[in-house]
Design a protein around this ligand. Structure first.
Ligand SMILES: N[C@@H](CCC(=O)N[C@@H](CS)C(=O)NCC(=O)O)C(=O)O
Length: 227
């Protein structure tokens, strides 16, 4: 039994999707971010950086989304090529691309003030430059999904990469709607097809229901209901 510390529609959704796809038993504990729980000693004991998600496991609490999903895939022997498999190198390369490059770019776009300060022009420049980068990332991922589906995003099977990528698509759609419509999933036909396929999976539907994300959480996300 794992415990996932989450807030709705955060990076914890990636972990929840993986747990649901694995069919692993877990309890989900919502972090009361509004009440400052991320700064409290109990949460800091789990993650000294005070960020979501944390997964409590028999091996101790794990933070960092990429580390959690990699650990889960290894522990359960699923959703990724196993260590030693010839497809492992490609899998790791793209997992780290998602967690080290795409994820931080998108995450920074949610917090322009935190990243470039209060100057509105600086914020607009920052968002514009980052949006160009993010679209470049999605273009590479779309080309890969089209050219090399069998090796990194199995067509019929879910994967850790698919779970990660779906939440990134969701965030891009929200950020774009709040900004100047810089992201259009239709421009990435292989990612769009993947989103439409993965969101119909029972695991994705369960995760979406748990967090109130609507019936098409990846291909056509609607904002979660207010608390
Ligand atoms: N690199 C971390 C990033 C985690 C992260 O930034 N989580 C966000 C939610 S998606 C958070 O906890 N934000 C609270 C805050 O920044 O105060 C990971 O991959 O888990």
């Amino acid at each position: 039994m794992y415990t996932l510390h989450y807030a709705p529609d955060t990076a914890a959704l990636i972990v929840r999707l993986v747990l649901e796809e694995l069919g692993a038993p877990y309890a989900a504990t919502e972090v009361d971010t509004g009440a400052g729980a991320l700064n409290g000693p109990a949460y800091r004991a789990l993650n000294p950086f005070g960020l979501i998600p944390v997964l409590e496991t028999p091996d101790g609490p794990i933070f960092e989304t990429g580390a959690i999903v990699l650990w889960l895939s290894e522990r359960h022997g699923a959703l990724a090529p196993a260590p030693g498999d010839r497809q492992r190198a490609a899998f790791l390369k793209w997992l780290f691309f998602l967690s080290n490059t795409l994820h931080p770019d998108l995450a920074r776009m949610f917090h322009p003030t935190r990243n470039v300060g209060p100057n509105k022009t600086a914020q607009e420049d920052f968002l514009e430059i980052t949006a160009v980068r993010v679209n470049r990332h999605f273009k590479a991922l779309d080309a890969l999904a089209g050219a090399d589906r069998a090796t990194w995003l199995p067509d019929a099977e879910p994967s850790v990469l698919g779970c990660y990528l779906m939440v990134m698509l969701r965030w891009a759609a929200f950020l774009s709607a709040e900004g100047d419509d810089w992201f259009d999933l239709a421009a990435y036909p292989f990612l769009k097809a993947l989103a439409e396929r993965l969101e119909q999976r029972p695991a994705a539907q369960r995760a979406a229901a748990a967090e109130g994300l609507g019936p098409t959480p990846f291909s056509n996300p609607v904002a979660p209901p207010p608390d």
